[in-house]
Design a protein around this ligand. Structure first.
Ligand SMILES: Nc1ncnc2c1ncn2[C@@H]1O[C@H](COP(=O)(O)OP(=O)(O)O)[C@@H](O)[C@H]1O
Ligand SMILES: [Mg+2]
Length: 324
Protein backbone atom coordinates (compact mmCIF):
# COMPACT_ATOMS: atom_id res chain seq x y z
CA UNK A 1 0.00 0.00 0.00
CA UNK A 2 1.31 3.45 -0.83
CA UNK A 3 2.00 5.84 2.01
CA UNK A 4 -1.07 7.84 3.12
CA UNK A 5 -1.20 11.54 2.24
CA UNK A 6 -1.51 12.30 5.91
CA UNK A 7 -0.22 10.17 8.76
CA UNK A 8 -0.58 11.79 12.16
CA UNK A 9 -0.04 10.17 15.51
CA UNK A 10 -0.47 11.73 18.91
CA UNK A 11 -0.86 15.32 17.74
CA UNK A 12 -0.88 17.76 20.65
CA UNK A 13 -1.60 21.48 20.45
CA UNK A 14 -1.56 23.67 23.53
CA UNK A 15 -1.55 27.32 24.52
CA UNK A 16 -0.22 29.15 27.55
CA UNK A 17 -3.03 29.77 30.06
CA UNK A 18 -1.66 31.58 33.12
CA UNK A 19 0.35 29.11 35.20
CA UNK A 20 -1.13 26.17 33.28
CA UNK A 21 -1.66 25.20 29.67
CA UNK A 22 -4.82 24.95 27.63
CA UNK A 23 -4.60 21.58 25.90
CA UNK A 24 -6.79 22.05 22.84
CA UNK A 25 -5.69 18.96 20.90
CA UNK A 26 -4.80 16.09 23.19
CA UNK A 27 -3.27 13.16 21.35
CA UNK A 28 -4.98 12.90 18.00
CA UNK A 29 -4.40 10.22 15.35
CA UNK A 30 -5.49 10.82 11.76
CA UNK A 31 -4.78 9.19 8.42
CA UNK A 32 -5.97 10.09 4.95
CA UNK A 33 -5.18 7.94 1.94
CA UNK A 34 -4.86 9.12 -1.65
CA UNK A 35 -8.26 9.94 -3.14
CA UNK A 36 -10.01 9.47 0.19
CA UNK A 37 -12.58 11.80 1.78
CA UNK A 38 -12.39 12.02 5.55
CA UNK A 39 -15.02 14.11 7.33
CA UNK A 40 -14.09 15.52 10.71
CA UNK A 41 -17.11 16.33 12.86
CA UNK A 42 -17.68 17.53 16.39
CA UNK A 43 -19.06 20.46 18.32
CA UNK A 44 -17.61 23.91 18.24
CA UNK A 45 -14.43 24.27 20.30
CA UNK A 46 -13.33 20.64 19.94
CA UNK A 47 -10.12 21.53 18.11
CA UNK A 48 -11.08 20.85 14.50
CA UNK A 49 -9.81 24.14 13.08
CA UNK A 50 -6.59 23.96 15.07
CA UNK A 51 -6.01 20.49 13.67
CA UNK A 52 -6.59 21.80 10.13
CA UNK A 53 -4.32 24.78 10.68
CA UNK A 54 -1.57 22.54 12.04
CA UNK A 55 -1.70 20.59 8.77
CA UNK A 56 -1.01 23.81 6.87
CA UNK A 57 1.72 25.05 9.21
CA UNK A 58 -0.56 27.99 10.03
CA UNK A 59 -1.07 27.69 13.80
CA UNK A 60 -0.96 30.92 15.78
CA UNK A 61 2.51 31.79 17.01
CA UNK A 62 1.65 31.15 20.66
CA UNK A 63 0.54 27.57 19.95
CA UNK A 64 2.88 24.78 20.96
CA UNK A 65 2.60 21.73 18.75
CA UNK A 66 4.04 18.24 19.07
CA UNK A 67 3.39 14.86 17.55
CA UNK A 68 4.68 11.32 17.74
CA UNK A 69 4.43 11.15 13.97
CA UNK A 70 3.65 13.95 11.55
CA UNK A 71 3.95 12.89 7.95
CA UNK A 72 2.34 14.85 5.14
CA UNK A 73 2.65 13.93 1.46
CA UNK A 74 5.49 11.60 2.32
CA UNK A 75 7.48 14.22 4.22
CA UNK A 76 8.30 14.33 7.89
CA UNK A 77 6.87 17.66 9.12
CA UNK A 78 7.38 17.05 12.85
CA UNK A 79 10.08 19.67 13.05
CA UNK A 80 9.29 21.59 9.87
CA UNK A 81 10.27 25.24 9.67
CA UNK A 82 8.24 27.98 7.93
CA UNK A 83 10.19 27.46 4.71
CA UNK A 84 9.33 23.74 4.65
CA UNK A 85 5.65 24.57 5.11
CA UNK A 86 5.67 27.16 2.35
CA UNK A 87 7.13 24.54 0.02
CA UNK A 88 4.42 22.04 0.85
CA UNK A 89 1.54 24.54 0.61
CA UNK A 90 2.39 25.44 -2.93
CA UNK A 91 3.00 21.83 -3.93
CA UNK A 92 0.37 19.29 -3.24
CA UNK A 93 -1.39 20.77 -0.22
CA UNK A 94 -4.17 23.39 -0.26
CA UNK A 95 -6.86 24.69 2.04
CA UNK A 96 -10.26 26.33 1.61
CA UNK A 97 -11.24 28.60 4.46
CA UNK A 98 -14.62 29.34 5.96
CA UNK A 99 -15.03 32.91 4.83
CA UNK A 100 -13.83 33.80 1.32
CA UNK A 101 -13.79 37.53 2.07
CA UNK A 102 -11.03 37.14 4.63
CA UNK A 103 -8.91 35.15 2.17
CA UNK A 104 -9.45 37.24 -0.97
CA UNK A 105 -7.68 40.54 -1.44
CA UNK A 106 -10.42 43.13 -2.17
CA UNK A 107 -8.15 45.45 -4.18
CA UNK A 108 -6.47 42.88 -6.43
CA UNK A 109 -8.00 41.43 -9.58
CA UNK A 110 -9.05 37.81 -9.21
CA UNK A 111 -6.87 36.75 -12.16
CA UNK A 112 -3.79 38.03 -10.34
CA UNK A 113 -4.85 36.32 -7.11
CA UNK A 114 -5.40 33.02 -8.86
CA UNK A 115 -2.13 33.06 -10.76
CA UNK A 116 0.47 34.70 -8.55
CA UNK A 117 1.10 31.63 -6.39
CA UNK A 118 1.73 29.22 -9.24
CA UNK A 119 3.83 31.77 -11.09
CA UNK A 120 6.01 32.31 -8.01
CA UNK A 121 6.31 28.75 -6.73
CA UNK A 122 5.07 26.53 -9.56
CA UNK A 123 7.31 28.00 -12.24
CA UNK A 124 4.37 28.59 -14.60
CA UNK A 125 4.47 31.38 -17.19
CA UNK A 126 1.80 34.05 -16.85
CA UNK A 127 0.05 32.73 -19.97
CA UNK A 128 0.05 29.14 -18.72
CA UNK A 129 -1.15 30.21 -15.29
CA UNK A 130 -3.98 32.26 -16.81
CA UNK A 131 -4.99 29.37 -19.01
CA UNK A 132 -5.15 27.12 -15.93
CA UNK A 133 -7.15 29.79 -14.04
CA UNK A 134 -9.71 30.04 -16.84
CA UNK A 135 -10.02 26.27 -17.04
CA UNK A 136 -10.54 25.97 -13.27
CA UNK A 137 -12.99 28.87 -13.07
CA UNK A 138 -15.11 27.20 -15.70
CA UNK A 139 -14.77 23.90 -13.88
CA UNK A 140 -16.10 25.46 -10.68
CA UNK A 141 -19.03 26.96 -12.55
CA UNK A 142 -18.01 30.55 -13.27
CA UNK A 143 -19.17 31.32 -16.81
CA UNK A 144 -17.19 33.43 -19.33
CA UNK A 145 -14.19 33.01 -17.06
CA UNK A 146 -11.65 34.64 -19.38
CA UNK A 147 -13.58 37.91 -19.31
CA UNK A 148 -13.74 37.90 -15.52
CA UNK A 149 -10.04 37.60 -14.68
CA UNK A 150 -9.76 41.39 -14.53
CA UNK A 151 -12.64 41.77 -12.07
CA UNK A 152 -12.43 42.27 -8.31
CA UNK A 153 -13.91 40.05 -5.56
CA UNK A 154 -16.83 42.43 -4.87
CA UNK A 155 -18.02 41.87 -8.45
CA UNK A 156 -18.75 38.23 -7.58
CA UNK A 157 -21.62 36.94 -5.43
CA UNK A 158 -20.97 35.15 -2.12
CA UNK A 159 -21.38 31.72 -3.69
CA UNK A 160 -19.15 32.70 -6.62
CA UNK A 161 -16.48 33.93 -4.24
CA UNK A 162 -16.42 30.53 -2.55
CA UNK A 163 -16.15 28.99 -6.03
CA UNK A 164 -13.21 31.33 -6.64
CA UNK A 165 -11.61 30.07 -3.43
CA UNK A 166 -12.01 26.49 -4.56
CA UNK A 167 -10.45 27.31 -7.94
CA UNK A 168 -7.61 29.08 -6.14
CA UNK A 169 -6.99 26.08 -3.90
CA UNK A 170 -6.81 23.85 -6.99
CA UNK A 171 -4.39 26.04 -8.95
CA UNK A 172 -1.36 24.22 -7.52
CA UNK A 173 -2.88 20.83 -8.40
CA UNK A 174 -3.02 19.62 -4.79
CA UNK A 175 -3.22 15.98 -3.81
CA UNK A 176 -4.61 16.82 -0.39
CA UNK A 177 -7.26 19.49 0.08
CA UNK A 178 -8.35 20.71 3.49
CA UNK A 179 -11.73 22.43 3.73
CA UNK A 180 -12.72 23.88 7.10
CA UNK A 181 -16.49 24.48 7.15
CA UNK A 182 -16.21 25.89 3.64
CA UNK A 183 -19.84 26.94 3.31
CA UNK A 184 -20.91 28.26 6.71
CA UNK A 185 -20.85 31.84 5.42
CA UNK A 186 -23.32 31.03 2.62
CA UNK A 187 -27.08 30.56 2.50
CA UNK A 188 -28.42 27.04 2.52
CA UNK A 189 -29.18 26.44 -1.16
CA UNK A 190 -25.77 27.79 -2.17
CA UNK A 191 -24.14 25.62 0.50
CA UNK A 192 -25.54 22.49 -1.10
CA UNK A 193 -24.30 23.55 -4.55
CA UNK A 194 -20.80 24.27 -3.31
CA UNK A 195 -20.55 21.01 -1.39
CA UNK A 196 -21.80 19.07 -4.40
CA UNK A 197 -19.12 20.78 -6.47
CA UNK A 198 -16.46 19.93 -3.91
CA UNK A 199 -17.53 16.28 -3.90
CA UNK A 200 -17.44 16.18 -7.72
CA UNK A 201 -13.99 17.72 -7.86
CA UNK A 202 -12.73 15.34 -5.21
CA UNK A 203 -13.86 12.40 -7.31
CA UNK A 204 -12.80 13.74 -10.71
CA UNK A 205 -9.35 14.84 -9.54
CA UNK A 206 -8.80 11.95 -7.13
CA UNK A 207 -8.10 14.37 -4.29
CA UNK A 208 -7.55 13.42 -0.71
CA UNK A 209 -10.07 15.59 1.12
CA UNK A 210 -10.26 16.52 4.78
CA UNK A 211 -13.67 18.14 5.16
CA UNK A 212 -14.68 19.74 8.42
CA UNK A 213 -18.42 20.27 8.46
CA UNK A 214 -21.43 20.50 10.74
CA UNK A 215 -23.68 19.11 8.06
CA UNK A 216 -24.20 15.41 8.69
CA UNK A 217 -26.22 15.11 5.50
CA UNK A 218 -23.11 16.09 3.59
CA UNK A 219 -21.02 13.68 5.64
CA UNK A 220 -23.42 10.86 4.81
CA UNK A 221 -23.33 11.77 1.13
CA UNK A 222 -19.60 12.15 0.55
CA UNK A 223 -17.44 10.77 3.37
CA UNK A 224 -15.44 7.59 2.90
CA UNK A 225 -14.46 7.73 6.55
CA UNK A 226 -15.60 9.82 9.47
CA UNK A 227 -13.65 10.99 12.50
CA UNK A 228 -15.63 12.25 15.48
CA UNK A 229 -13.76 14.72 17.62
CA UNK A 230 -14.52 15.61 21.19
CA UNK A 231 -12.49 17.89 23.46
CA UNK A 232 -9.30 17.52 21.47
CA UNK A 233 -9.43 13.79 20.76
CA UNK A 234 -10.90 11.52 18.12
CA UNK A 235 -13.39 9.48 20.14
CA UNK A 236 -14.60 7.39 17.24
CA UNK A 237 -13.48 6.82 13.68
CA UNK A 238 -14.35 4.41 10.93
CA UNK A 239 -15.90 3.88 7.52
CA UNK A 240 -18.83 6.30 7.06
CA UNK A 241 -21.39 3.52 6.75
CA UNK A 242 -20.26 2.01 10.08
CA UNK A 243 -20.39 5.36 11.85
CA UNK A 244 -23.93 6.04 10.63
CA UNK A 245 -25.31 2.52 10.94
CA UNK A 246 -23.58 1.47 14.14
CA UNK A 247 -22.28 4.50 16.03
CA UNK A 248 -20.57 3.09 19.10
CA UNK A 249 -19.50 6.04 21.23
CA UNK A 250 -22.31 7.69 23.21
CA UNK A 251 -21.13 11.07 21.87
CA UNK A 252 -21.35 9.88 18.28
CA UNK A 253 -24.77 8.42 19.01
CA UNK A 254 -25.89 11.76 20.36
CA UNK A 255 -24.70 13.44 17.17
CA UNK A 256 -26.25 10.84 14.89
CA UNK A 257 -29.47 10.47 16.86
CA UNK A 258 -31.72 12.41 14.55
CA UNK A 259 -30.25 11.32 11.25
CA UNK A 260 -28.79 7.88 11.01
CA UNK A 261 -29.08 6.88 7.35
CA UNK A 262 -26.58 7.58 4.55
CA UNK A 263 -28.44 8.42 1.35
CA UNK A 264 -31.61 9.38 3.23
CA UNK A 265 -30.17 11.99 5.52
CA UNK A 266 -31.16 15.40 4.14
CA UNK A 267 -28.51 18.00 3.40
CA UNK A 268 -28.53 20.79 5.92
CA UNK A 269 -29.21 18.40 8.80
CA UNK A 270 -27.05 19.90 11.51
CA UNK A 271 -25.45 18.28 14.51
CA UNK A 272 -28.15 18.10 17.17
CA UNK A 273 -27.44 19.76 20.49
CA UNK A 274 -26.42 17.44 23.31
CA UNK A 275 -27.24 18.66 26.82
CA UNK A 276 -24.30 20.11 28.74
CA UNK A 277 -21.12 21.55 27.34
CA UNK A 278 -17.58 20.69 26.35
CA UNK A 279 -15.34 20.67 29.47
CA UNK A 280 -12.64 23.26 30.04
CA UNK A 281 -9.38 22.18 28.44
CA UNK A 282 -6.99 23.82 30.87
CA UNK A 283 -4.65 21.53 32.73
CA UNK A 284 -4.85 17.75 32.71
CA UNK A 285 -8.09 16.11 31.69
CA UNK A 286 -8.26 12.58 33.08
CA UNK A 287 -10.47 9.85 31.70
CA UNK A 288 -13.21 10.30 29.15
CA UNK A 289 -13.87 13.99 28.54
CA UNK A 290 -17.49 13.22 27.65
CA UNK A 291 -18.40 11.43 30.86
CA UNK A 292 -20.02 14.44 32.57
CA UNK A 293 -22.55 14.61 29.74
CA UNK A 294 -22.84 10.90 29.10
CA UNK A 295 -26.06 9.14 30.13
CA UNK A 296 -24.37 5.74 30.40
CA UNK A 297 -21.12 6.74 32.16
CA UNK A 298 -19.73 4.37 34.81
CA UNK A 299 -16.92 4.81 37.37
CA UNK A 300 -14.43 3.20 34.96
CA UNK A 301 -14.84 6.25 32.68
CA UNK A 302 -12.58 8.17 35.08
CA UNK A 303 -9.76 6.36 33.25
CA UNK A 304 -9.54 6.74 29.50
CA UNK A 305 -10.51 3.63 27.55
CA UNK A 306 -7.95 2.04 25.25
CA UNK A 307 -8.74 2.28 21.53
CA UNK A 308 -8.69 -1.19 20.06
CA UNK A 309 -7.10 -1.62 16.63
CA UNK A 310 -9.34 -1.93 13.58
CA UNK A 311 -11.01 0.14 10.90
CA UNK A 312 -13.86 1.21 13.21
CA UNK A 313 -12.40 2.35 16.53
CA UNK A 314 -14.06 3.81 19.59
CA UNK A 315 -12.57 5.27 22.73
CA UNK A 316 -15.24 4.11 25.17
CA UNK A 317 -15.37 1.41 27.86
CA UNK A 318 -19.04 0.82 27.05
CA UNK A 319 -18.87 0.86 23.28
CA UNK A 320 -20.02 -2.73 22.89
CA UNK A 321 -22.29 -3.03 25.94
CA UNK A 322 -24.10 0.20 25.13
CA UNK A 323 -24.62 -0.58 21.47
CA UNK A 324 -28.25 -0.68 20.40
N1 LIG B 1 -5.11 31.34 19.68
C1 LIG B 1 -5.64 30.62 20.69
N2 LIG B 1 -5.27 30.85 21.97
C2 LIG B 1 -5.78 30.12 22.98
N3 LIG B 1 -6.68 29.15 22.83
C3 LIG B 1 -7.11 28.87 21.59
C4 LIG B 1 -6.62 29.59 20.45
N4 LIG B 1 -7.22 29.10 19.35
C5 LIG B 1 -8.05 28.13 19.79
N5 LIG B 1 -7.98 27.99 21.13
C6 LIG B 1 -8.71 27.01 21.96
O1 LIG B 1 -8.78 25.79 21.26
C7 LIG B 1 -10.12 25.30 21.25
C8 LIG B 1 -10.38 24.64 19.91
O2 LIG B 1 -10.47 25.59 18.91
P1 LIG B 1 -10.86 25.27 17.41
O3 LIG B 1 -9.85 24.36 16.81
O4 LIG B 1 -11.05 26.58 16.71
O5 LIG B 1 -12.25 24.50 17.57
P2 LIG B 1 -13.32 24.07 16.46
O6 LIG B 1 -12.77 24.40 15.11
O7 LIG B 1 -13.53 22.61 16.68
O8 LIG B 1 -14.54 24.85 16.77
C9 LIG B 1 -11.00 26.51 21.49
O9 LIG B 1 -12.14 26.19 22.22
C10 LIG B 1 -10.12 27.42 22.31
O10 LIG B 1 -10.30 27.09 23.68
MG1 LIG C 1 -13.57 25.66 13.61
Amino acid sequence: MSEPLLDLEDLRISFPAGPERLNAVRGLDLRIGAGETLCLVGESGCGKSLTAMSLMGLLPREAQVGAGRFRLLGRDMARARPRDWAGLRGRGLSMIFQDPMTSLNPVLGVGRQLTEGVIATGGLSRAAAEARAVELLERVGIARAASRLGQYPHQFSGGQRQRLMIAMALMSRPRLLIADEPTTALDVTIQAQILRLLAELQRDLGLGLLLITHDLGVVAAIADRVAVMYAGRIVETGPAADIFNAPAHPYTRGLMAAIPVPGRTPRGALLPAIPGRVPGLTGRLEGCAFRERCSVAVPACAVRAPQPAGAHRTECHLATEAAP
